[in-house]
Design a protein around this ligand. Structure first.
Ligand code: PLP
Length: 480
């Protein structure tokens, strides 16, 4: 055994380093909960400067003494636990889930088959059955976890393709027919990406218009379907955005399900962001009709506080999930046709994947479903509060006056400003706010118009931070 290997695996060293790191992180969390006015969300450094720093660091050419690597990473990473973080919808990680990740990362068994993944594989099934029951499905439902909503959408749509296209695409390709899925114009780009990865091209995406709240219009489905048919395109499924990423609006699943049933189409619910309301008595109505979906995805690494990536992929009929990938792998299992729920890689895109179930299970087992519900209710409530504050400001416009989720799109504007001027002003505001580092917000286009966007991810954010943000925006726009 070399000295280096012995050092790297020394249990006592690990104990010491682990304790130090946990202390550091506990201090970080304490700082975030008792924030001083000067504590930035992000100490912004240009990508080039950051690159040069770490390049020199690895080359040993930095003249800055023996800096603590972990401490430096904390300093040079955005602080998601800061109450002024209101940016992209990434978890405000609950500490216990981070510890569970450390456990999973240390044991790291692989997860592709039961004899490798053991308990963590079984937990995936327990969680999937539980979520299926919350959707309203019977015990025929099944599912698994995968690495992100993007991959989750692709996996579910691949399954739909395998079942609904009359030729065996997996073995023989598409033949001459053009197939498509219908999605709203507000769908997350990962849906279009999945369709294109499946080789269906632009014609594979049939776009359905949205209403004034940016929700899919079910009354337009028939016309879009017929137009596609006239163009020689066979629609095989509909994807609802539950909710849409830009505005947080929920497509009406019930009427879409009526249409899918009538036409015998697959119904996929992209609940990466918004299916978390399954836990909330107050907001679950936004998913009315979800029990009629064929497949659903939901990210735990958004409002359910786990470290990325943990996406639940769920099928009403668990049998369907075995048909997505029909490939032989004799070194892992004897027969492709047999359906062992515990050999996950038969149904997931990944073979080796992280031990993600532990991160969810640790939270669920310790704090119960109520913990997830409280977080969702809190974050959705913050968006409603912020919208109400904005509606009282004469110089702000909001895209959705009654937000359905934790997302608020808004912008500074004066009556005499052109759309072009509004865009320039707000884009500059966002740039200056982020570079300054006091807040983190993002921007998005809503039906072609630029808006600032906040996604409330941190339950410790209060109205105080909202009021300070409005002040900050006016200040950087020179409109105090
Ligand atoms: C509606 C929706 N679908 C899919 C995704 C992609 O999820 P992920 O970032 O986990 O790949 C997102 C991400 O924001 C989303 O909001």
């Amino acid at each position: 055994m070399t000295n280096l290997i012995s050092q790297a695996y020394d249990p006592e060293k690990f104990r010491q380093q682990g304790h130090q790191l946990v202390d550091k992180l506990a201090n970080y969390l304490a700082d975030m909960q008792h924030i001083s006015p000067s504590e930035k969300v992000l100490d912004y450094v240009t990508p080039e400067a950051m690159y040069s720093h770490w390049q020199q660091d690895l080359n040993g050419s930095l003249d800055d003494g023996e800096k603590d690597f972990f401490e430096e990473i904390i300093q040079s990473t955005i602080h998601m636990h800061h109450p002024k973080y209101m940016g992209h919808q990434i978890s405000n990680v609950a500490p216990l889930s981070a510890l569970a990740e450390l456990l999973g990362a240390t044991l790291d068994p692989g997860m592709g088959v039961y004899e490798q993944g053991n308990a963590a594989v079984v937990l995936e099934r327990v969680l999937s059955k539980k979520l299926g029951a919350m959707i309203g499905w019977d015990d025929n439902c099944d599912g698994f976890l995968t690495s992100g909503g993007t991959l989750g959408n692709l996996t579910a749509l691949l399954c739909a393709r395998q079942l609904l296209v009359e030729v065996d695409v997996w073995e023989n390709g598409y033949g001459r027919k053009q197939y498509a899925f219908m999605v709203s114009s507000e769908a997350h780009y990962s849906v279009e990406r999945a369709i294109k990865v499946m080789g269906l091209g632009s014609k594979g995406v049939v776009t359905v218009p949205v209403d004034s709240h940016f929700r899919m219009r079910p009354d337009k489905l028939e016309a879009c379907f017929n137009k596609a048919k006239e163009d020689g395109v066979e629609v095989i499924g509909v994807v609802t955005s539950s909710c849409a990423t830009a505005t947080g609006s929920y497509d009406p699943i019930g009427p879409v399900a009526d249409f899918c049933e009538a036409k015998k189409l697959w119904l996929h619910v992209d609940g990466a962001h918004g299916a978390c309301v399954l836990f909330s008595k107050k907001h679950k109505h936004l998913l009315a009709g979800i029990e009629r979906a064929d497949s659903v995805i939901m990210d735990f690494h958004k409002m359910l506080m786990t470290p990325a990536l943990v996406t639940s992929v769920l099928f009403k009929n668990g049998e369907h999930s075995y048909q997505t990938f029909a490939q032989k792998a004799s070194y892992l299992w004897d027969k492709q046709e047999s359906r062992e729920w515990y050999n996950l890689a038969k149904r997931t895109f990944e073979l080796t994947k992280s031990c993600m179930s532990i991160r969810v299970y640790a939270l669920w087992r310790t704090y119960g479903e109520a913990f997830f519900a409280e977080n969702v209710d809190r974050l959705y409530g913050l968006a409603m509060t912020f919208t109400n504050i904005l509606l009282e400001q004469p110089d702000f416009e909001v895209a959705v006056k009654k937000p359905e989720s934790n997302i608020v799109c808004f912008r500074l504007m004066m009556e005499n400003w052109s759309e072009e001027k509004i865009e320039i002003v707000n884009s500059n505001i966002r740039e200056r706010v982020v570079r300054d580092g006091e807040f983190f917000i993002v921007q998005t286009k809503v039906q072609g118009r630029l808006f600032l966007r906040t996604a409330f991810m941190n339950p410790f954010t209060t109205t105080n931070e909202m009021e300070l943000l409005i002040k900050k925006i006016r200040l950087v726009a020179n409109m105090p």
